[in-house]
Design a protein around this ligand. Structure first.
Ligand SMILES: Nc1nc2c(ncn2[C@@H]2O[C@H](COP(=O)(O)OP(=O)(O)OP(=O)(O)O)[C@@H](O)[C@H]2O)c(=O)[nH]1
Ligand SMILES: [Mg+2]
Length: 428
């Protein structure tokens, strides 16, 4: 097998498509992002190829003539891999490999590769391996195996390398083993989460490289890894952040999102992303200097929807304002995205404004209740544990006086239970 030395970057070609649905400018921006992804995966893009077609070719993705041109180019310039800015079908990958005789990667494959390189913890490694195997399974053809033995470097590292020679049955066994392992890790996480119910849970979400980890570091002593690259963070870090002397929250930083995040990856990272699903409040961090930040907001919202975490109280945090020359349009932006704050996580600009706004949202999103419940209503009390943060309990004659913090999402349900249990509300 031809090994790519660690310090030598593998050269690659990126290929994009302009169709009736995707305009040229948009396709160029997608290729810019793909180039950045390739760089993060350890490759240098030496050629960009763009084709205009009415639609995607079902067999080859691009036209036959273009494929022949690429085959010539990779031979002349000795380029080992070609990366397509879309998800290719297993048949397309197969046909392109036969025609171009080089390693063919698609966008999902590349993102999985980056995740595999960056995964450090037991959990993220397991999640990435699972996603890689699920991605590999339908693509496991004799041709693929044959070619991947011939060409090393990006796209064949990770489980691909060791598992590729094994048959589908073994991969399926491995998948079920990894799923079980993740289930176990999930249970441990659940136990840990139960132990910190007294805090309001806030999750940082956003497009990759928006500055989520920088913000976590600015608000806590997490010392999280920050880098001007895509997917610097894969594991979830949770820390206590003091918003004021009397308000402390649990703040979690997690993996960033990107356009066309592979479906397998979202599914297998569900465990890591559970912090987001379980959060009381989301801070949606946006790199306001990015020319396409509005599109990024749409991508993040769509991913949140896929996770079932879209309808949570959300604060838009427009970050990196230190880099902005023209701040006029920001006012207009703040009227469209509410509630929102403008900050610089790196320079520490307006962090106090951010903290105050989070406190306001907490007050809006939660109701503090004190009620007294007959002793006989233990069932109601245990139902309330699932819907509210139950604090101090004082046992009195025949009743128990309970302090609870209820999210506005659950308040109707809680009131119903209290009514049925003939509770007396003492303060709210
Ligand atoms: N100028 C400027 N740069 C910032 C600011 N916040 C973050 N950055 C830079 O943006 C880059 C990405 O920051 P991260 O905090 O790693 O971003 P992230 O959202 O955690 O990214 P992923 O973990 O990859 O999803 C780093 O180079 C940071 O130094 C800011 O307010 N101003
Ligand atoms: Mg990060």
């Amino acid at each position: 097998m031809k090994e790519v030395p660690q310090n030598e970057k593998e050269r690659a070609i990126v290929v994009g498509l302009v169709t009736r649905k995707i305009h040229k400018r948009q396709a160029e921006e997608y290729l810019d992002e793909l180039t950045l992804l390739a760089d993060t995966a350890g490759a240098t893009v030496v050629h960009r190829i763009m084709q205009e077609r009415n639609s995607v070719d079902p067999a080859l993705y691009i036209g036959k003539g273009k494929v022949e041109q690429i085959a010539q180019l990779v031979e002349d310039d000795d380029i080992p891999s070609v990366i397509f800015d879309d998800d290719l079908s297993p048949a397309q990958v197969h046909n392109l490999e036969v025609a171009i005789k080089r390693k063919i990667l698609d966008r999902s494959g590349l993102i999985l590769q980056i995740f595999a390189r960056r995964a450090r913890s037991n959990e993220s490694r397991t999640q990435v391996e699972l996603a890689q195997l699920q991605y590999l399974l339908p693509r496991l053809t004799r041709q693929w195996t044959h070619l991947s033995k011939q060409f090393g470097g990006i796209g064949t590292k990770g489980p691909g390398e060791t598992q590729i020679e094994t048959d589908r049955r073994m991969i399926r066994q491995r998948i079920s083993h990894l799923e079980k392992k993740l289930e176990k890790i999930g249970l441990q996480r659940e136990t840990r989460r139960k132990g910190r119910k007294e805090f309001v849970n806030v999750s940082l979400v956003g497009y990759t490289n928006a500055g989520k980890s920088t913000l976590l570091n600015a608000l806590t002593d997490a010392g999280a890894f920050v880098e001007n690259r895509l997917f610097a963070t894969l594991d979830t870090t949770t820390r206590v952040a003091a918003l004021s002397p009397s308000t402390k929250i649990l703040l979690s930083d997690t993996v960033g999102f990107i356009r066309k995040l592979p479906h397998h990856l979202v599914a297998s990272f569900k465990g890591t992303l559970e912090e987001v699903v379980e959060a009381d409040i989301l801070l949606h961090v946006i790199d306001v200097c990015h020319p396409k930040f509005e599109e990024q907001i749409v991508v993040v919202n769509a991913t949140l929807e896929e996770l079932g975490a879209f309808n949570k109280p959300t604060l838009f945090v427009f970050n990196k304002i230190d880099l902005l020359q023209d701040r006029l349009h920001l006012q207009e932006l703040q009227t469209r995205f509410t509630p929102s704050v403008l900050v610089s996580a790196e320079r520490g600009i307006n962090l106090s404004g951010l903290k105050e706004t989070i406190i306001k949202i907490i007050h809006h999103s939660f109701v503090d209740l004190i009620f007294s419940l007959p002793h006989s209503e233990q069932k109601a009390l245990s139902a309330l544990y699932d819907l509210a943060e139950i604090g101090e309990k004082i046992y009195e004659e025949g009743t128990v006086r309970v302090k609870a913090k209820v999210s506005s999402r659950n308040i109707d349900q809680v009131n119903d239970i209290l009514k049925r249990a003939k509770a007396t509300i003492l303060a709210s």
